[in-house]
Design a protein around this ligand. Structure first.
Ligand code: UT7
Length: 330
């Protein structure tokens, strides 16, 4: 049976740094509130005209360079994003064109914060069956353009940022491999974290009335998300460990979706792990939705937090609700 390995990884964030103090210009909030409730100190916002596909393409180039392959060797593209540049088609097609790769298959998946883990699982199946040999998987988001940057939208506005991370997935060399992936969802919570408009069940999809009502902005029941995250993150991490008989000592690093530092700390506590085994870089980038895990992974690797041959568990929780994990020997 063929396994899958991560051959290369890279990330890209926009140059524009937005501190908590910058947000005070737009809304009633404070640096203290944001740090205490979320751990976030700053995030990155794109400049005018910069889109998800631009960040995704830049991250892809870095992952390709680390994998040491030629761009032309990529045979499939998956882009995990809820913020494709256009309503349709997805960003994967723009990335394909930007990389100069005509003809190969490409698609987006819209699984929000769990998009990267879901994408990893999909790509893993294609590699295992021998269908593809160099899959480009990207998690990329531009959230800043979607947020309500006023006091009314402050609960979400302070959390989210823009960025992209990418990996190249290849058949395993025997040393590095994805042990398993675990995917879950509970659609009963759909409206606890959602973006309603543009809505294809409405005619027209978007109207002046909808805009006046602010229905184009994402909405979140923060406490319900928090409560479920504390339940689902530990469970899905344990599921990945138990499936592969991995003990806490076997794991070098857990890389969770960067939702909120308080969530990450609570998850570490529930799993009886010290925070040096659970990676966090949310203070720098905020929550970048589908991009957060590959950004965190690329940064943790660059910081020497893990190396080839180390065991990692990636874990996600977010809109849907959807959650998942992947146990990996990097
Ligand atoms: O990827 C998954 C995405 N989402 C998440 O992971 C979010 C999970 N939820 C959370 O992280 C937290 O629920 C939040 C950080 C969003 C909110 O923290 P909280 O401790 O649950 O605060 P709260 O919603 O209970 O609000 C407490 C107070 C409220 O004021 P009152 O009603 O007590 O007067 C809010 O209006 O804080 C107020 N508030 C703010 N104040 C200053 C809400 N947002 C802000 C803000 N600045 N940005």
């Amino acid at each position: 049976m063929i396994s899958t390995r991560i051959a290369g990884i890279g990330f890209q964030v926009p140059a524009n740094v937005i501190t908590n103090t910058d947000l005070i210009k737009f809304m009633d909030t404070s640096n203290e509130w944001i740090i205490e409730r979320t751990g976030i100190e700053q995030r990155r916002y794109v400049s005018a005209g910069e889109g998800t596909s631009d960040l995704a393409t830049a991250a892809a180039h870095k992952a390709i360079a680390m994998a040491g392959i030629d761009v032309s060797e990529i045979d499939f593209i998956i882009c995990a994003t809820i913020s494709s540049d256009y309503f349709f088609p997805g960003s994967a097609f723009q990335v394909q064109a930007n990389l100069g790769l005509a003809d190969i298959g490409a698609f987006d998946i819209k699984v929000a914060c769990s998009g990267f883990v879901y994408g990893l699982s999909i790509a893993d199946q294609y590699i295992k069956t021998g269908q593809y040999k160099n899959i480009l998987l990207i998690g990329a988001e531009v959230q800043s353009n979607a947020l309500n940057l006023t006091t009314e939208g402050r609960d979400m506005a302070v959390l989210f940022g823009d960025g992209a991370g990418a990996v190249i997935l290849q058949p395993s060399d025997g040393e590095s491999l994805i042990y398993s992936t675990h995917l879950h969802a509970d659609g009963r919570h759909l409206k606890d974290l959602w973006g309603e408009v543009p809505a294809c069940n409405q005619k027209p999809h978007i109207s002046h009335e909808m805009l006046d009502q602010g229905r184009q902005y994402p909405k979140m029941n923060g406490r319900e998300v928090f409560r479920n995250a504390l339940k689902r993150f530990p469970a899905v991490i344990l599921e990945a460990m138990e499936k592969n008989n991995l003990t806490r000592d076997d794991i070098t690093l857990i890389i969770p979706h960067q939702a909120n530092l308080r969530i990450t700390q609570a998850v570490a506590k529930r799993l009886e792990l010290s925070m040096d085994k659970v990676y966090s870089n949310i203070h720098k980038y905020g929550n970048t939705t589908a991009a957060s895990i590959p950004i965190a992974m690329a940064e943790a690797l660059a910081e020497g937090k893990f190396k080839r041959g180390d065991n990692l568990v990636l874990a996600s929780f977010g809109a849907g609700f959807s959650w998942g994990s992947a146990a990996i020997k990097f």
